[in-house]
Design a binder for this molecule. Structure first.
Ligand code: MV4
Length: 452
């Protein structure tokens, strides 16, 4: 096992990784920007190194600074958390070439899944269900039109290096398709330095369901069940839960087996997530694979009792998985509400500032993952997620009532947060019945707008 690792991240995930390392008896090095000198991850780590100015490009994305910090402090491995450099194949490569273990998948794993068309082709080759669409990159408007003719409207144009909703365009007819195709190419070039786009059948009002997998370096792969991530706004997830109210045992088994097959087929190592789109008739399709630990990994931990971050570190250190698929038991129901320092009544505008008063919820069935404390200054430079509230109960109803009680306990002054919005979702009849699609949040906000 490693004796010392560096955490190339900030905020709640840096704290999360430090906790896992501590429990494994590993010493920790925090890196921080000039804006984060008094951040919790710096206080909790054994050592810390300032790596640059507040803008992420000068600090948390600054590879030479991070590698220098790792060399100076003599760490054996780097955990990237999520965001920043977590899915940067080049960074993973540089770590390895400096004899520093990257706690995550191989550079090849990251590269193939970062190219969404290549990922789709790999998934297809492994026998996964994929949405009908172009065989590969679509290069001309004639090809775009013939693809649409074959799969029929509506279609969606996606940037090959996009993902997470960036650079997507939905089209309903030939007239719109040509313009949208050319714009999508131009936008992809500007955003990702590569104009490649592909086209697929647009699945209307789907659900987003993802499977957590763990893979060791010896080809052993298990899945840890699904997460329901359909409650999103502009590709920002707001509430996640496990199990998904949309799956029965049969579909769950089928999707889990498929997720494992996908990871095995590309020789995947470490923790990863296979995302699926599910349509109204419960048909599901491979969408993307995330090659990192995710924000919502917590709900999976509650059901399985498995610490995913500790597993990531153990896998990177060369340990074998201790579980076979049948050893993984799922118990109860868990929900995560993300708390953003944003004003839900003002188009979710970020609300940075100093926290004057704070009460974090607690009690039975509540877990809080956060880096905030009373007196902490929420920085305008970074993501506005300030806490995750995770509830755990014996049933979905229990998990919901525990969460509603916890939301009522949360006090944070004078910053506006998305807690009131979370509360609304948790009392919405469609949500309570487990019947919702990716259009849920927009519909809720539109309904509110009408009665204003
Ligand atoms: C789609 C889709 C419908 N049909 N692909 C959004 C994020 C990126 N991972 C892919 N996304 C979508 N791909 C086809 N063929 C709808 C979405 C989508 C979406 C997916 C999951 C959760 C929320 C979403 C919100 C809007 C669009």
């Amino acid at each position: 096992m490693f004796s010392k690792i560096l955490i190339a991240n900030r905020g709640e995930v840096a704290v999360r990784v430090i906790r896992a390392a501590k429990e494994l008896g590993i010493r920790t090095v925090a890196v921080f920007s000039e804006a984060d000198a008094s951040s919790l991850h710096v206080k909790l780590a054994d050592e810390s190194v300032c790596i640059g100015k507040a803008p992420a490009s000068d600090s948390y994305l600054n590879i030479p600074s991070i590698i220098s910090a790792a060399e100076i402090t003599d760490v054996e491995a780097i955990h990237p958390g999520y965001g920043f450099l977590a899915e940067d194949a080049h960074f993973a490569e540089i770590c390895e070439s400096c004899q520093i273990k990257f706690i995550g998948p191989t550079p090849e794993n990251i590269r193939i899944m970062g190219d969404k068309m290549a990922a789709k082709n790999a998934a297809k080759k492994a026998g996964l269900p994929i949405t009908p669409g172009s065989k590969g990159i679509v290069n001309t408007k004639e090809e775009a039109l013939s693809t649409a003719k074959k799969i029929k409207y509506p279609v969606i144009i996606k940037a090959s290096l996009g993902g997470g909703g960036k650079g997507m365009r939905v089209c309903h007819n030939d007239v719109r398709l040509v313009g949208a195709f050319l714009t999508a190419q131009r936008e992809a070039e500007a955003a990702f330095g590569n104009p490649d786009v592909y086209i697929e059948k647009y699945i209307e009002e789907p659900r987003h369901i993802e499977f957590q997998i763990l893979a060791d370096s010896y080809g052993h792969v298990v899945h840890l069940g699904e997460r329901e991530c359909t409650i999103q706004r502009r590709h920002q997830k707001l509430i996640e839960e496990s199990p998904s109210p949309a799956l029965d045992a049969k579909v769950r088994k089928k999707m889990g087996d498929i997720a494992v097959r996908c990871a095995k087929s590309i020789g995947y190592v470490n923790a990863g997530t296979i995302e699926f789109l599910m349509d109204k008739n419960n048909n599901f399709y491979f969408m993307e694979m995330n090659t990192r630990i995710q924000v919502e990994h917590t709900v999976t931990e509650m059901l399985t009792g498995i610490d995913l971050v500790k597993e990531q570190i153990k896998i990177a250190a060369g340990e074998k998985l201790k579980y076979k698929q049948d050893d993984i038991k799922f118990r109860g129901s868990s929900i995560e509400c993300r708390v953003y320092a944003e004003d839900p009544d003002n188009d979710f505008r970020p609300c940075p500032g100093r926290i004057a008063a704070l009460n974090l919820p607690g009690g039975p069935g509540i877990r809080i993952d956060t880096h905030i404390y009373q007196g902490y200054e929420i920085s305008p430079y970074y993501d506005s997620m300030i806490a995750k509230i995770i509830s755990y109960g014996s049933s979905r109803r229990q998990a919901i009532s525990i969460m509603r009680r916890a939301l009522d306990e949360f006090i944070l002054e004078p910053i506006k947060t998305t807690i009131p919005f979370n509360r609304e979702v948790l009392s919405n009849p469609s949500f309570l019945r487990g019947r919702f699609t990716t259009a849920f949040v927009d519909k809720l906000l539109e309904a509110k707008e009408r009665i204003k």
